[in-house]
Design a protein around this ligand. Sequence first.
Ligand code: SF4
Ligand code: SF4
Length: 420
Amino acid sequence: MRQPGLKDYLRIAASGMTRREFLKNSALAAIGSRVPAKGPFAREAKTGESAERVRKGNMAYRRLGRTDLFLSEIGLGGSPPPPEPVFRRAIEMGVNYVDTSSVYLNGNSERRIGEILKGRRDKFHIATKFHFSRGWGDARDSLIREAEGSLQRLNTDYLDILLAHNVSSARVVEHEEVLAAFEKLKKEGKVRYTGVSCHRNPVEVLTSAIRGGRYDMITVAYNAFSETFREEGEAVDDNRKTSGVGKVLAFAKERGVGVVAMKTMAGVPREHLDENLGEGVSLPQAKLKWVLEDDAVSAVITEMDTFDKLEENLAVSGKPLSPAENEFLMRYVEAAGRDVCRLCGTCLPGCPSGIPISDVLRCLQYHRDQGKTDLARRTYRAIPAARTARGCTRCGTCEQTCPYGVQIVHHLRQAHRVLA
Ligand code: SF4
Ligand code: SF4
């Protein structure tokens, strides 16, 4: 049966129904598990609206899967972390979660966060990451050493969440050395919960992590572009969550695995689009609300480097996506959909030149959409020269397989031009 398309969606929006209502009315929303709260934070669950959500001041907090962590709906991205005054204001406004990694800014992201959180560690949840590919030889011990380095830089004796970073193969999430490292760190009280983050091939990687039962949470690219695909040349919305990341999130919820959404602001800046999308709606707010409408999501992480961005983003907590915002967003997705890689990995096996297409397009998105040109160049230049966009023969195979109709060749060339 054909899925409802964007035009159907616009009709739904015009009827005044929110996306959540639509999902409920259609009896299509995934039914998640309700694991009872446990641990030292369990009492928090009794003070608020439900066992899964609480509200304090203007910030809503959601329980992270089956853990006893309640995360502010809006968390801080740590690549880079906000300047100290903005970070402090975020804490005052109720933010209690930051996501970093041992490699962000060569460890300086963790150092800055460690400095800022001195004296308030117990009020904040920290997630950081280690990297399996660095230590195939003595993987378990390398990973443990890396996590201990993070503890030192963060000025703390425990991590709320430790994730395997940027995993692109199910082999890594299931690897006994990775699991052994997590187990030892947990036993020693250095890590409370385990997670995996993924920029490529999320269906394979994350389905495996969720099914195996050893991971408490996932961090995944999820945004308004995630649930569309192309059918007979038309953009179609996957309200049923029967494919892609939507399906992974429903599975995570069913198994009590927490979800933190990243890349929530994906998409070209609206001023770069030819189409006039209308006025009166904040695009960043609509993007965040769209993600938070999904009950499987506990929190979004986003980079907020100014007070203005902080105020604008935090204002969405606890607020539903309005029909006007929804309609605006769907127009935006339709206009920008062919410029945004969903990082699904579908095109990768078919490329005869072995180009890591989604990595290249991710670099372009850092530069074009987020203004993070240094990071984009560093990441792009780390790709072996023969596998950069220079190696593309323009055979077109990737564009035939991309379910989202992304104009891959054009964007690869653009990436190479500005980032090589
Ligand atoms: S067009 Fe380029 S990137 Fe796409 S499959 Fe062919 S060689 Fe690979
Ligand atoms: S270009 Fe298309 S198929 Fe390839 S990873 Fe991106 S969205 Fe998926």
